[in-house]
Write a protein that binds this ligand. Structure first.
Ligand SMILES: C[S@@+](CC[C@H](N)C(=O)[O-])C[C@H]1O[C@@H](n2cnc3c(N)ncnc32)[C@H](O)[C@@H]1O
Length: 277
């Protein structure tokens, strides 16, 4: 029996497994058996939209057709969760500015920061505001990447909806964000202080080539990856860190059980994963 919300396609669990494998190989996104319905909800409309009458044909197209590669990227786009907002988990950002960037700036260096799953830019732009507050915006090199071109396009446009503003402290609107309708527009200098580009975290060579960076933010993305993927990713992120550089993951994420070569330091209630000096 076809699934009720997907009237035109039968979803065979085995085919869904094949598709889950393709998605995981491409972008790391892991769909365990319990999450397969979520995967089906996104895959079926795309397959129908592309004119496929069977999910297996869609799988073969993705896997073997010359146009399949671009379609797989579009499928990944549809699967990515871009949830983010300004000043989300801001304490780790404040600690990283103080503990990692301030010493480098005071020593006369221009530290590099890489925000590795930047979504629409709320996270790197929050960091840019914290730096601007200290008069350091021009003294730091800011890079922001994401696998999603659509998210990056929105980041470059600097236009944000109401949800992105839900944790704004007083004084931000009018200074770094201008109200527009229900949302806001980021000040141009702030958006332009960040270099935005596409990078898939599964591309270990591209990850390594981002280095050396003093501060690497990779927050609220490894939750979507399987343990083995995180282990591999942490290895390549570690290789992108400058000596003594720090990696910060999300508040609900921890690298401790992965036994990485990075040393975990607690500072002001925040965990910094440091490369050896
Ligand atoms: C939930 S958002 C997190 C945004 C931000 N870091 C934060 O903490 O608010 C996760 C982001 O990871 C991106 N992402 C997922 N898989 C990725 C991959 N393989 N490479 C790069 N980015 C990826 C998604 O496109 C999405 O924008």
């Amino acid at each position: 029996m076809p699934h009720p919300v997907m009237p035109a396609l039968t979803v065979h669990p085995q085919v869904l497994s094949l598709l889950a494998g393709l998605v995981e190989d491409r972008a790391g996104l892991h769909y365990g058996l319990d999450d397969r319905a979520l995967l089906a909800e996104k895959v079926v409309p795309r397959a129908l939209d592309r004119g496929f009458g069977s999910l297996l044909d869609y799988y073969y197209f993705l896997r073997y057709d010359p146009a399949g590669d671009a379609e797989l990227d579009r499928l990944v786009e549809a699967l990515c969760v871009h949830e983010s907002y300004f000043f989300r988990e801001v304490q780790p950002l404040r600690v990283a500015v103080e503990e990692v960037l301030a010493p480098a700036i005071r020593a006369g260096r221009r530290p590099r920061v890489w925000c590795a799953a930047a979504a629409q830019g709320e996270e790197p732009l929050t960091l840019a505001m914290l730096l601007d507050e200290r008069g350091w915006l021009g003294q730091v090199e800011l890079e922001a990447t994401d696998v999603s071109l659509r998210a990056l396009e929105r980041a470059r446009a600097g236009v944000f909806g109401q949800r992105a503003l839900r944790a704004l402290p007083a004084g931000v609107l009018g200074r770094w964000l201008e109200p527009q309708g229900q949302g806001a527009v980021a000040r141009r200098e702030l958006v332009e202080a960040v270099r935005w580009r596409r990078l898939n975290l599964m591309d270990a060579a591209a990850v390594r080539a981002m280095g050396p960076v003093e501060l690497l933010l990779c927050r609220n993305v490894i939750i979507y990856f399987a343990d083995e993927t995180v282990r591999r990713l942490v290895r390549s992120l570690g290789e992108a860190l400058a000596p003594g550089g720090a990696l910060v993951v999300g508040a609900s994420e921890s690298l401790l059980r992965f036994g990485s070569a990075l040393a975990c330091e607690e500072r002001g209630g925040v965990f910094l994963y440091r490369a050896a000096r």
